[in-house]
Write a protein that binds this ligand. Sequence first.
Ligand SMILES: [Zn+2]
Ligand SMILES: [Zn+2]
Length: 747
Amino acid sequence: MKKKKLITSALPYVNNIPHLGNLIQVLSADVFARFCRVKGYETLYVCGTDEYGTATETRALEEGVTPEELCDHYYKIHTEIYEWFNINFDKWGRTSTPEQTEIVQHIFHKCDEAGLIREDTINQLFCESCDRFLADRYVLGECPFCGSENARGDQCEDCGKLLDPTELVNPRCSTCGKEPVGRDTKHLYLDLPKVLPKLLEWMDTASVDGFWARNAIQMTKSWIRDGLKERCITRDLKWGIPVPKEGFEGKVFYVWFDAPIGYISITMTHTDKWEDWWRNPEEVELFQFIGKDNIPFHTVIFPSSLLGTGEKWTMLHHMSSTEYLNYEDGKFSKSKGIGVFGTDARDTGIPSDVWRFYIFYNRPEKSDYQFSWKDFQEKANSELLGNLGNLVNRTLIFVNKFYDGKIPEAADDSAMIDKIREYEAKITEHLEKAQLRDALRKILFLSSFGNKVFQEGEPWKTRNTEPASAAILIKHLVYLVRDLAIMIEPFIPDTCAKITSFLGNPEMGWEKLGEFDGIDKIGESEILFKKLEDDFISGLRDKFAGSQAERAAKEASEGKVTENTPERKSENKVEEKSLEEQFVEKVDLRVAKITAIERHPEADKLYIETIDVGEEEPRQIVSGLVPYYKEEELLNRNIILVYNLKPAKLRGVKSQGMLLAADNTPEGSEERCDVEVIFADWAEPGARINLPGNPVPEGDSPKKLKVNHFFNIPLKTEGNIVKVGETALEVSGKTLKTTIVTEGDVG
Ligand SMILES: [Zn+2]
Ligand SMILES: [Zn+2]
């Protein structure tokens, strides 16, 4: 019996723009769903945005919008990106629906009836001014281990130690800055150990029947081996599904409990017959596409919630879990804005099929994979244009030119047919098992086999010398082109549609593969793929270098603001502050007088300067200015100090800040050209540098800043004026200027 295919991809968290690394899941499930449909399976592919939880609620609070408004904003952006990538969902939904509430509460009730829900009271930090409990990472404070002032309640980023928020010294609310207080609060726990025997029994068969990936089995086993604990499934939040139990009013379900149930509720919003899919294990196979970080939620927690109900559910059959796709030399990062985002891919003008091709060609199935522009260019040019495009083009042009577009009458070449059918069988087998990368590579291999046969058969000669053999070759190549188009459809659907139209729109079902009839006359063809040229690609590499914030700054400084898409703009509005706003919030620059200067005993290029910043005690800084300035050129001059920089040691000497200098060294060059210290002799030591139009927030100096965070907010000179973003820096009524370095970076 042919089983129905129920397909899901990990629900993207709503409040961010997906990058290529995130898109893999949605795209992979799309390929598999397209394959299942064309193969003749009854198929349902559902996905949607995961909307509840602390992250959304906190973000909305910070933006001054409601969580619903925030979700609506991002849902639209997600929708547009997936449309552009040609994702053919049967249902693209979201989790903030009445259906979600209904089914989550139902599953909870059933688990509760089965005695799997327990109660416990914990002490948690509560912000009285925000009137809410604070999730661990929204409590900030001093790290008890390293003294960092900005440790988060779950982890200190400076020393890496995992923390409990109650361990923080001087804890404060990340939203309002007030000190939170400890409060007792009751929570509910899902008793995973009690479900474990059922889970193990299910998993033993499911992992074999569903040929789970090795990483999925390993990770699940290690989770279970490390001991399953009771898991808290409730939160003190407003933005979520209410917990339907006496004594728990005002609490909601924790997002990991409700999010996977979203697959079911999204199906409920699609069809009344959702139980034909989700309560029908005899007839339905569930395929789930996820990243490796999500494995335990799909192999342990979600199945345990379903098993715990004691009801009949369609359980996970095959889990297709991928490793990470990394960007150039680092990780894609949503929070840092590094990498190529869905909106960026569209803005390049490169067709979505080319992106799809590259993602599947390198789908990180067994190990991490690195996205690089050079590799992208090479693979697109060699495989799409040089291999597949070339075969389609040369074959169809030949038929049009020498056979008047008619497929020549010819005998069958059984050796060639066998070979093609053998490949097609393997490709089908890969696709049945959702081995997308292997399938795509074999398809391209078959295409290159076609090119080889064309080349060796020399039809341009044999057409005259042995017309019968030329006709045989061309007939088979035309059908090979059709077969390739059928098999490539799940991967690059637009290209399939074009080839189909070149062939005069013949039938294109999977059952046609390997049958050498059905086409009479073909139409005109055209070039399928454009070459990706070197300067175009290197332009893109430059454009996408650095983080989104840096790119936005660069575009702004180049006057390219109009190129921003509306999405990018609105994204910036919600996500990113202008450089000027970031500057006044994070950076404190002050005038300082150099009162003493000496050479560093252990380093040729370093001076040690004693400076007066208008404080009781002088400070000491270290700077690499020996090659550019003599001592007397600096002594008694007023320089600009990065006042709130984290102290550092340079060659054993403590440096409490950094002075600003401009330089015009081209990027990547070893030699420095001109280096010019920025002076402000007119101002008093201690005077704070300001940005007209961007008032400094009231209160103390901003937090201590790490040097790399300082450089995230680039300063520059433009026409001898020192600027951040588009605004000139001023102190005591005068603009900071340079005389030598007209255009350059300041740091
Ligand atoms: Zn620490
Ligand atoms: Zn607060």
